[in-house]
Write a protein that binds this ligand. Structure first.
Ligand SMILES: Cc1ncc(COP(=O)(O)O)c(C=O)c1O
Length: 465
């Protein structure tokens, strides 16, 4: 391509993005399409000859990109929303254009230095000592796999490993346990209490029972914010138990970890600094585009001990201890420059803005909880925690089956109404609506309008139940 045609295509793509992002509040929070309709729009075979780049861009803008959840819409409250900063988006574009491979110091020293800096910020937010270190990952799932590899290796790679977590833990941890070679029947899901936190007595009982039968406990996984209710396991007590028993403690803070930049978050996550490893997701509550998470390890040596593999063809890349090769800390060799987006956004807005943005989610969730508590139509289903509120329509006088039918109806109607996007969860078998408020552009008006809609749909849904 000539520089001029590159510039034209780049400018058209930028315009498209800026138009999309600045109009988000007026767009629907979700759009999608069935397979056949998309297949009809998109040619299946690769073309032998190309066509003008603007035409391709226009087709993608018309036939592909609009059919997606707008996870960054101010009224997208489903699953775990994500609302990337513009400097973060631009950073990803730069990383692709500069064609950075953040694998080794030799290949990319600039972004390796940024990764050291960003990882050190996270070390500080966690309250970890100087011995700690880590790397940026594609997300929480990769961080979980890498954490459990490190735990397994630290335990001497036993033949019959077991791993412990609560029944509220994210599926990513169960998958990670399978990846590191734990048999399905040796992944222990400890029942949680009414507060959705792990039952410590049961955890200890199972560890002892497993040891007595010749199994080797290699890791306990705690949640610093479950994705269902935002519940936080008793981190300090779990750290105490794991230290006594000599078992690796991994904290899955993919959801709640970045609340640590606020004082309220630091109080809620007290004890996290005693974990052997922590996974966090910057593409969730740190306002970055996908994919960026992090794995932090209290003693960084464990990571390199687990992942460093000599490679003849990379022998020139070994620069020594002060020049780490991030590929030696995890499962990827070729890696994009994830640190760039975090660094550029924090430099642009400053930590005060990030703190205020995280605090905004925490505060809005508490206001939403007060709304639910004072509404005769709504019932809180779990205490609000880290930006998540679980509730349901329940005006009284209905049995459980009728309530589930009514709430499913409400959820479907919210979906078709297109003002907002909500999702649901199952709380020990009970259907609940769920608001997850993380977006830095979300206002109280957005939350209130959504709850008003649920109330009015709830009135209709309960008629005849
Ligand atoms: C608590 C928790 N752990 C792990 C994950 C998996 O993270 P990722 O989707 O970044 O792989 C998620 C994703 O929502 C999560 O909420």
């Amino acid at each position: 391509m000539t520089p001029q045609s590159m510039r034209q295509l780049g400018a058209a793509a930028m315009d498209l993005l800026i138009e999309r992002i600045s109009g988000l509040g007026d767009a629907h929070a979700w759009d999608g399409e069935f397979r056949q309709a998309l297949q009809d729009r998109l040619p299946l075979a690769p073309p032998e000859n190309g066509r003008p780049a603007e035409e391709v861009l226009n087709q993608v803008a018309r036939d592909v990109l609009p059919f997606a959840a707008r996870l960054d819409h101010p009224r997208f409250f489903g699953f775990v929303p994500s609302s990337p900063t513009w400097p973060g988006v631009v950073a990803d574009f730069l990383a692709a254009g500069f064609n950075i491979n953040s694998c080794t110091w030799l290949v990319s020293s600039g972004t390796s230095q940024l990764e050291l800096i960003v990882v050190d910020w996270m070390r500080g937010w966690l309250g970890y000592p100087k011995t700690a270190g880590g790397l940026l990952t594609s997300g929480g799932s990769a961080a979980s796999v890498e954490a459990l590899v490190a735990a397994r290796e630290a335990a001497g790679h036993p033949q019959s490993p077991t791993i412990y977590m609560s029944d509220q833990s994210h599926g990513a941890l169960k998958r990670a346990a399978l990846v590191v070679g734990v048999r399905r029947e040796h992944i222990r899901l400890i029942p949680s209490g009414d507060d959705f936190r792990i039952d410590l007595a049961e955890l200890l009982r199972l560890i002892r029972k497993d040891r007595a039968s010749g199994l080797v406990p290699v890791a306990v996984c705690a949640s610093a914010g479950t994705s269902s209710t935002g519940a936080i396991d008793p981190l300090a007590d779990m750290a105490e138990l794991c230290a006594r028993e000599g078992i690796w403690l991994h904290v899955d803070a993919a959801y709640g970890g970045f609340s640590l930049v606020t004082e309220a978050g630091r109080e809620r996550l007290a004890g996290i600094d005693r974990a052997d490893s922590v996974g966090l997701d910057a593409h969730k509550w740190f306002f970055q585009p996908y994919e960026v998470g992090a794995l932090m390890v209290r003693n960084a040596k464990h990571l390199e001990a687990a992942f460093t593999i000599g490679n003849d063809v990379l022998q020139d890349t070994v620069w020594g201890a002060n020049h780490p090769n991030f590929a030696d800390r995890g499962l990827q060799l070729s890696r994009t420059a994830r640190a760039l987006k975090i660094w550029m956004s924090v430099q642009t807005f400053g930590m005060a803005a990030f703190r205020a943005a995280v605090q905004n989610g925490l505060d809005l969730a508490h206001r939403a909880e007060a709304y639910v508590a004072s509404s005769p139509m709504l019932e809180p289903m779990a205490p609000v925690s880290l930006g998540i509120l679980c509730f349901r329509v329940n005006p009284g006088g209905h049995d459980e089956a009728a309530l589930e039918r009514a709430n499913r109806k409400v959820l479907a109607q919210v979906f078709w109404d297109e003002l907002a996007f909500l999702s649901s969860t199952s709380l020990k078998g009970v259907f609940a609506l769920r608001l997850c408020i993380l977006n830095h552009t979300t206002t109280w008006e957005d939350v209130r309008k959504t709850l008003d809609l649920v109330v009015s749909l709830g009135e209709q849904a309960c008629v005849g139940e």
